[in-house]
Design a protein. Sequence first.
Length: 129
Amino acid sequence: MIQHHLVIDHPTLLALGSGNRMASSLIHNAYRNHSNKLWVPVLCVLEADRERHGVAAHVGALEVLNAVDLTFSDILAVSQLCAAGLTPGIAHAVQVAAPSVERPEGAIVATLAPDAYQGTGTRVMDLDK
């Protein structure tokens, strides 16, 4: 079975609560098709919850969203990306989308803010298109 790995960033998390069809369809499709894996970086959850309190509780209630914590090596990588000008949430999404043991081919960031990933080499799915 081929698995599709998508990283949900904080603009997309905010869109879930505002009725964005594309963002909502990601969740719906993941419930129906278990080959779709949705990853949510914890720093994206924190940024979204800071902008709209309650997002973190909503994300926690969605069984198909897999939270991704930070290891110490992730913290170092995210710190370098932040030093290069990325926000912590975007930097963590870039780190999660990179190839890893769990995701050898890496992942695609599903976002409403594709410009935030310019120059990072990260593959994105523009949810506004």
